[in-house]
Design a binder for this molecule. Structure first.
Ligand code: SF4
Ligand code: SF4
Length: 627
């Protein structure tokens, strides 16, 4: 094999900004085709939060924390997500001229080749490392190293970091969504997701690690490395304009219609501005923890779409991807278009729900079949409320239900839902959400509304996607478990701080919800109820079901449905095992102001049957059944 020459050097410990400067010099030299064909610079960082090439600081970092603690914020040359770097990690920047080397390879193929080589080098030292697509090296399923790539026609740059020591606390505090990729299976500590070498008692000399990594890359790339006397990255000064952070996005900025889309390749953020008439796309911008090539793909797309009449947007968008060379890792033009459409829909949401721009931006729309938000709200028959919005002292905090005592916003949410005939479920932990969504899907629920924090939706979007039920989710405000780094407690239902519902948004949205009558639940049919359903009950409950079915006619509204977990067509209603004292009865109301009945909960928690001889009528409840 003909070997290309390569240079390897260790430039030591530097601040993030200085390491970035050195990376940029190295990257420019590689793109200019300067010899040698391959250059590897090993280095370490003083505490630094390194954004991916396409990320904004506000989306990825706790910027205030970083500033307060003197943590440098830099934007890497390579794509991917933000990482926290400190002296406990051995980092490298590998640049390679693509002239004659792997020109046919794309982002995914290069990440795999270079990541597998890194794992091979570590294995040669007795570490049980394997490559984990798309860009990690793991030991027993725990992350040991990560790699990030930038690709151009002429060159590639591969940045990576190997965990020797792990300062998990600083990492969690510096990164805003640090665990997005770290806890795929639920409640696991972030530390448990990493495998720092020193934690495992492995202490290896830096030079030894470097030599093994170089040997593996040399073998895969056909490079022969030598170490020059000087560790410099090559001639050239940095361009200050390149190292400055691009303007950050203010998620609350109502001047932009903003949204995000979760894709297999990362989270794509989109923001745009329309002309006053709303028929021309003035500007659109894109960001995300993505791997894309070329490095200016998103800015080219922004420029391409600028000033496009909406009537021509389809053609213009498609034309861009037909006329430009691009490589996107696990994200497609259709994903970008979906983000654009969701952002475009913000203006309509503002009008439909009388929301401000900022309020519309806080809505999270899950519309698997493209259902319009207005339709979702009109058809929603269920409201999901997070337990974290209930006060810590409330006995209902970790239970489904709320007797609407009026001492927190959740009570108002329950009242609004009741007014519109919606069933409410307080989600008490992540597994409960999964069970609830599965039950809603099973029951054929057409749509639901809900509240949760944006970070939860981003991280657990797959649960909503799997349920495949159209939903409108409203962001919550105040202290949330992400800001307090208590996600694990929150998922287990043990988070103790109170978040807040945005009642203004909720009221405006609920004003467009379907009426109580349209939420009527038909619990009775003419004649005898379904025998199979009766068989599921025993004793008094079965008798009650039979009797009830014989008496009640037509649709009924089941009030305070949060206490009800089981409605059998034609058979009756079963109560939660632990209802509040004042909730131990169910009021069944005739539709359209017909005589209501209140029936008491029986000892076995099943609602008793309606009495023969007509319904007893306490005073009509004007609130829910106006005469
Ligand atoms: S309104 Fe409901 S959730 Fe809020 S404090 Fe009262 S009972 Fe608890
Ligand atoms: S703040 Fe925490 S507990 Fe509340 S919705 Fe978000 S993830 Fe769930």
């Amino acid at each position: 094999m003909i070997l290309n020459p390569g240079i390897a050097a260790d430039s030591g410990l530097h601040a993030g900004t200085e390491n970035l400067r050195l990376d940029r010099v190295q990257w420019r030299a590689a793109q200019a085709g300067q010899a040698p064909a391959c250059r590897v610079r090993f280095h370490r960082y003083l505490p630094t939060a390194a954004l991916g090439a396409f990320e904004t600081a506000g989306h990825a970092l706790r910027v205030e924390y970083c500033r307060r603690h003197g943590i440098d914020i830099v934007r890497r040359v390579g794509g991917g997500g933000a990482v926290y770097l400190d002296p406990g990690q051995l980092c490298w920047t590998l640049t390679l001229s693509r002239r004659g080397i792997g020109r046919e390879k794309n982002l995914a193929a290069w990440l795999e080749l270079l990541g597998k080589a890194a794992a091979q080098g570590l294995r040669a030292m007795g570490i049980d490392a394997v490559f984990a697509a798309p860009n990690d090296v793991e030991v027993n399923g725990r992350k040991l190293a990560s790699g990030f790539l930038m690709l151009s026609e002429a060159a590639l740059l591969y940045q990576g970091s190997l965990l020797l020591d792990l300062d998990i606390e600083s990492m969690m505090k510096a990164l805003r969504v640090p665990t997005e990729k770290l806890s795929p299976d639920g409640v696991r500590s972030a530390r448990g997701r990493f495998a720092a070498l020193h934690d495992g008692g492995v202490r290896l000399d830096d030079t030894l690690i470097q030599e093994h990594l170089l040997a593996a890359w040399a073998e895969q790339l056909g490079i022969e490395f030598f170490r020059p006397a000087s560790a410099g990255p090559g001639p050239g000064a940095d361009d200050p304009a390149e190292t400055s952070l691009v303007a950050d996005w203010d998620e609350e900025d109502a001047a932009w219609h903003q949204t995000f889309v979760k894709t297999p390749g990362g989270v794509l953020h989109v923001r745009l501005q329309l002309n006053p008439a709303g028929d021309v796309l003035e500007r659109a911008e894109f960001a995300g923890n993505l791997h894309l090539a070329p490095g200016n793909l998103l800015s080219m797309l922004s420029a391409w779409l600028s000033k496009t009449p909406l009537a021509r947007l389809d053609g213009r968008f498609e034309e861009f991807f037909h006329t430009h060379r691009y490589d996107m890792l696990a994200i497609t033009p259709a994903d970008i278009r979906r983000g654009l459409d969701l952002a475009l829909d913000r203006r309509a949401q503002e009008r439909r729900f009388s929301l401000s721009g900022g309020q519309a931006n806080s809505l999270m729309v899950h519309a698997p079949s493209g259902k319009a938000v207005e339709e979702i709200v009109r058809e929603a028959s269920v409201m999901l409320v997070p337990y974290c919005a209930k006060p810590a002292w409330c006995k209902w905090r970790h239970r489904d239900g709320c007797p609407e005592c009026g001492r927190c916003e959740v009570g108002e949410a329950y009242r609004l839902a009741r007014e519109h005939g919606m069933r409410v479920v307080t989600i008490t932990n992540f597994e409960h959400l999964q069970r609830t969504l599965a039950a809603l899907r099973e029951a054929g629920t057409g749509a639901y509304v809900g509240m949760c924090c944006r970070n939860f939706y981003l991280k657990r979007e797959y649960a909503f996607r799997e349920a495949s039920i159209p939903a409108l989710l409203m962001d919550i405000t105040g202290s949330n478990c992400y800001e307090l780094q208590q996600e694990d407690l929150a998922y287990a239902g043990r988070f103790q701080v109170q978040a807040h519902l945005d009642l203004d948004v909720l009221r405006r949205v609920m004003a467009r919800a379907g009426s109580a009558e349209s939420r009527s639940v038909s619990v009775a049919t003419r004649g005898k109820p379904d025998a199979g359903a009766i068989e599921k009950r025993e004793g008094a409950a079965a008798e009650g079901i039979a009797e009830h079915g014989a008496e009640v006619r037509g649709p009924v509204v089941v009030e305070r449905v949060q206490q009800v977990f089981d409605v059998h067509p034609g058979c009756g209603v079963a109560l939660d095992a632990e209802p509040a004292a004042e909730e131990e009865r169910v009021r069944i109301l005739g539709a359209g102001g017909k005589t209501p009945e209140i029936i008491d909960r029986t000892a076995d928690a099943h609602v008793g049957a309606a009495r023969r001889g007509g319904l007893q009528a306490p005073a009509l409840d004007a609130e829910i059944n106006p005469a």
